[in-house]
Design a protein around this ligand. Structure first.
Ligand SMILES: Cc1cc2nc3c(=O)[nH]c(=O)nc-3n(C[C@H](O)[C@H](O)[C@H](O)COP(=O)(O)OP(=O)(O)OC[C@H]3O[C@@H](n4cnc5c(N)ncnc54)[C@H](O)[C@@H]3O)c2cc1C
Length: 400
């Protein structure tokens, strides 16, 4: 078993960490107060080759692994989860296309967005006011009219939507089939695609979300990704992959909480000694460190499985809920360790706490992750031989 990164991955990891130290961490608190898309930093990330990592080389991308993506997400998430979300959002927006579109479709619609001098953005449009966890309840409609589809509906909470040039839209082509009637479309920005309400948030204010209104948006039939009815399957396959990215941002937050709290515990003295020498504090640090380390291993393993074309639904769900719960717990503990200073906005840990909360919610809440994980565990148990048998009346006990 080899836990080391390849040379290429190690270099990317170092580059992403250096980028974070130079451009993200020093400005995260100041820029967050503006409550806007951190354009300058995201443009720098694009120039540094830290975006669009999974786009295949045939469509102008670097064709890197999901493990590589998680390295960049963890490194940038360490500096600021909001900026990491802004930088990594194209991964989510374009993943359904990498999964379901042809190379020709990627070359036509995605390549021009990722190969220019300036970054261009995609937006992943699944959620609606009445279709959150229940993604199959999407009410946005796509109706075929000759060689076109006409799309109508309203999406909400859509990350990077105000910046986006291309919208990956989940819409129903056969509403009576519910989830099985969902299809996915590439919808270029046009007058018929309008940005609605911008959401105000508790944290991750270095990222922007809004409603997107599709008002008779006409797209050529070539904008359909895969076949009609493939939408739900493509959405689920996408989330199995991209959840490792959220878990990686969460690992970054969890680790940052350990590091800030430990630095503080070394220098803050009370009762004539550093507070880190009190067992009540040092045991908290040990638990925080273990959580961050476990989150990292679960995350990289889930990404590695996807890179090996192994089904990783259960493992990416484990990674997502464990790492984001670890981020939330570690951020809360870091605030506690830093006492009153932890609660002040001049110090980074109150921001970690606000940012971490979202990691437990978006890309499938942690309750939904636990449903995915437990569903897989129960299914696997049907064929599981544990070697323990209690027979009662000739049958396995306990009996129904
Ligand atoms: C800042 C932000 C960015 C986002 N970015 C995007 C984006 O780019 N694109 C996009 O499409 N969406 C995006 N989302 C939407 C996000 O994925 C949803 O908010 C999330 O999936 C939950 O949906 P909901 O908010 O409607 O909550 P609901 O589904 O209404 O859930 C409410 C509560 O009920 C629980 N619950 C629901 N069903 C069950 C169940 N079966 N069992 C147990 N508990 C359950 C949930 O866990 C939650 O605690 C974003 C959201 C936010 C806040």
């Amino acid at each position: 078993m080899d836990f080391s990164l390849s040379d290429k991955e190690q270099k990317l990891w170092e580059r992403a960490k250096a980028f974070t130290m130079e451009y993200i961490t020093p400005r995260a608190i100041e820029l967050e107060k503006r409550n806007e898309f951190p354009k300058e930093v995201v443009h720098k990330a694009f120039e540094a080759g830290l975006m669009n990592l999974h786009i295949p080389t045939e469509a102008g991308g670097p064709g890197l692994s999901l493990v590589s993506e998680t390295l960049v997400s963890e490194a940038t998430g360490y500096g600021c989860a909001g900026m990491a979300t802004s930088i990594m959002c194209n991964n989510l927006a374009f993943a359904p296309l990498v999964i379901g579109a042809t190379i020709e479709q990627l070359q036509t619609y995605v390549e021009p967005l990722i190969t220019g001098k300036e970054p261009k953005f995609g937006a992943f449009c699944l959620t609606e006011r009445m279709a959150g966890s229940d993604a199959g309840a999407v009410a946005t409609r796509a109706e075929r009219a000759g060689d076109e589809y006409i799309i109508n509906g309203v999406k909400c909470f859509i990350t990077n939507a105000p910046q986006a040039s291309l919208f990956t839209v989940f819409a129903s082509t056969q509403p009576e089939l519910k989830a099985k009637g969902l299809s996915v479309f590439m919808v270029p920005k046009s007058k018929a695609v309008k940005i609605g309400l911008i959401e105000n948030k508790m944290g991750q204010n270095n990222s922007v979300q809004s409603e997107v209104i599709f008002d008779d948006a006409h797209v050529p039939k070539e904008c359909l990704v895969g076949k009609e009815g493939d939408g739900f399957k493509i959405a689920m396959t996408t989330l199995d992959k991209t959840r490792a990215g959220i878990a990686a941002i969460a690992t970054g937050v969890a680790q940052r909480a350990v590091d800030e709290a430990a630095k503080f515990a070394n220098i803050r003295h009370q009762f004539g000694q550093p507070i880190g020498s009190f067992q009540g504090i040092s045991f908290m640090l040990a638990d925080m460190g273990a959580r961050a380390a476990a989150a990292r291993q679960l995350t990289r393993y889930a990404a590695w499985m996807a890179d090996q074309d192994m089904r990783n639904s259960k493992d990416s769900a484990f990674a997502k809920f464990f790492a984001s719960d670890a981020a939330m717990q570690n951020a809360t503990d870091a605030v506690q360790i830093m006492g009153g200073y932890g609660y002040l906005s001049e110090y980074p840990v109150e921001k970690l706490m606000r940012d971490a909360k979202l990691l437990q919610i978006y890309e499938g809440t942690n309750q939904i992750q636990r449903l995915v994980a437990s569903g897989n565990i129960l299914k696997e148990s049907a064929n599981l031989e544990t070697g323990f048998h209690v027979k009662y009346d000739g049958r396995d006990a306990p009996l129904m």
